[in-house]
Design a binder for this molecule. Structure first.
Ligand code: FRU
Length: 496
């Protein structure tokens, strides 16, 4: 096991005296830190990991680089909650100090085995800037919350023949008394694939083969990251984060994108028969989501509300990114629907309600708050172009615009003093069937906006970094339109 390149990267255990305290202090006063979204105290957060409702509590782990807003040596950070609302920060769950994880504890998922929570992750290994390998590893959390690395790590050493060193993000599930592990992989010909291992005890694994996924992804797709699989409403659902897809008219507009696939999984024969597939979120900042079973056996999802290879305005405050709110999934009419988890209603304070009627013009909804939920029904629409502005002031606005002629919806985040990501464009769009009404449920939390359209059939996640006074909401239409709105300030006692 000594063949790994030295030196190892730095972990929190190598921090100089006061270094972590200073990092914490630098980020602490940021006005952009969300109030009810999980976010890092300092440093960079990316993928949610190991999600579970275990032993009466929700556990969320996430990819974390402590020493700044960059993608460095990844740790697994850890927060937990009894109700999905108030989160407590716990000590770092996985610190990558071993040779088999010499360049980071990368993403993975969890499953309960014999009363303990098995946390699978990838030990990332770098030999040089271009050359890497991967080991699959296990950490185990017991009922007292004590986490230990499995003594016989790695549980899978290296990568199988025919694949490059890009093999990662284990997702383990059980079917007919056998455990299966899905891994995102890159074939030696540099195209993306999903490979499968199997095990009878969740600790000893053997390579089974490649999953035949009839997705017809183009050869430009060079990697599939963060596979997830579950059954919901009698459907098999597969979620994956492909890299290298080319942008279409209203599709794959981010550098990296996420798709869900509905169909039939036959894991024993390594096939997934695809019935349909769609992009999961049409916004700017959404990647590497994971799902898990909640307290009421519902299927919950958290996504990383961020995007790789991009600078964000909060970088200068020493922190980057957050997770989405927890979303409850359903399959309806061949589509995966995402709704805010039902628990979030408990955050609602001070409801304000109103009605409006427009004829070529706009109306404001006053909030005075930058952490709220807005439920908006647009009715009797006789306009071609209509929509709303959020986080708005004289100088700034996030614009959601519906176009009935084209049957599209577009989100534009160009108009901010701290606009960012120009290199990837300021607009994201989606096809949308627009009749004479549209339902919207919108969550704003300082620097993150999540927009659920028509009961969660179409969802946009976007980070924006407004000035403190940019809290306005304005509804506009180029013709007639009526509507009602309910507005709730949201607070949370989370100690993040
Ligand atoms: C996705 C990803 C994963 C990897 C992790 C590393 O964002 O690239 O494939 O495990 O991030 O932080």
């Amino acid at each position: 096991m000594n063949r790994y390149t030295e030196p190892k990267y730095r972990t929190i255990l190598d921090a100089k005296e006061n270094e972590l305290g200073q990092l914490q202090e630098k980020s602490a006063s940021s006005a952009w830190k969300p109030a009810y979204h999980i976010h890092p105290g300092y440093g960079l957060m990316n993928d949610p990991n190991g999600l579970a409702y275990y032993n009466g509590e929700y556990h969320v782990f996430y990819q974390w680089y402590p020493f700044g807003p960059t993608h460095g040596m990844k740790h697994w950070a850890h927060v937990k909650s009894k109700d999905l609302l108030d989160w407590d920060r716990l000590p770092t769950a996985i610190v990558p100090v071993e040779n088999y994880e010499s360049h980071g504890a990368y993403s993975g998922a969890s499953i309960e085995v014999d009363g303990e929570l098995y946390l699978y992750y990838t030990g990332n290994i770098k030999y040089s800037a271009e050359e890497r390998s991967a080991n699959q590893c296990l950490a185990i959390m017991d009922k007292d919350g004590v986490i230990r690395k499995y003594e016989q790590n790695p549980i899978i050493e290296g990568v199988p023949e025919g694949y490059t060193g890009h093999v990662r993000d284990p997702k383990v599930f059980m079917k007919n008394d056998t455990y299966y592990m899905l891994l995102g992989a890159q074939r030696s010909n540099l195209t993306g694939a999903i490979i499968v291992y199997e095990s009878s005890n969740a600790r000893d694994w053997s390579f089974k083969g490649e999953l035949e996924l009839e997705l017809n992804l183009p050869d430009t797709c060079y990697m599939l990251e963060c596979p997830d699989y579950f059954e919901l409403n009698g459907q098999d659902v597969f979620v994956v984060s492909p890299q290298g897809l080319e942008a279409g008219k209203h599709a794959y507009q981010n550098l990296y994108n996420v798709i869900y696939v509905l169909g039939k999984m036959d894991i024993e024969n390594l096939t997934f028969k695809v019935e349909s597939h769609h992009e999961l979120d049409k916004g700017f900042d959404f990647y590497a989501p994971q799902t898990f079973e909640g307290k009421n056996k519902e299927r919950l999802l958290f996504g990383w509300a961020g995007m790789g290879e991009m600078d964000y305005p909060s970088d200068k405050e020493g922190w980057a990114h957050c997770l989405t709110i927890p979303r409850e999934l359903d399959v309806v009419d061949g589509r995966l629907i995402q709704k805010p988890a039902r628990e979030l209603e408990k955050l609602r304070l001070e409801p304000a309600e109103g009605e409006f009627s427009l004829d070529q013009g706009s109306t404001g909804i006053s909030t005075g708050s930058d952490q709220y939920e807005l439920v908006l029904s647009l009715e009797s629409i006789e306009s071609e172009i209509f929509g709303l502005q959020l986080c708005s002031s004289e100088a700034e606005r996030l614009v959601l615009e519906f176009n009935r002629t084209e049957q599209t919806v577009t989100l534009d985040r160009e108009n901010f003093a701290d606009a960012f990501g120009a290199e990837h464009g300021f607009e994201r769009s989606s096809d949308l069937e627009i009749g004479d009404s549209v339902e919207l449920q919108i969550f704003v939390d300082r620097s993150i906006v999540e927009i659920f359209i028509n009961g969660g059939k179409t969802v946009f996640t976007a980070r924006v970094f407004p000035h403190k006074e940019s809290t306005g909401i304005k509804v506009f239409a180029d013709g007639k339109m009526r509507g009602t709105h309910s507005h709730y300030r949201l607070v949370s006692n989370q100690s993040l």
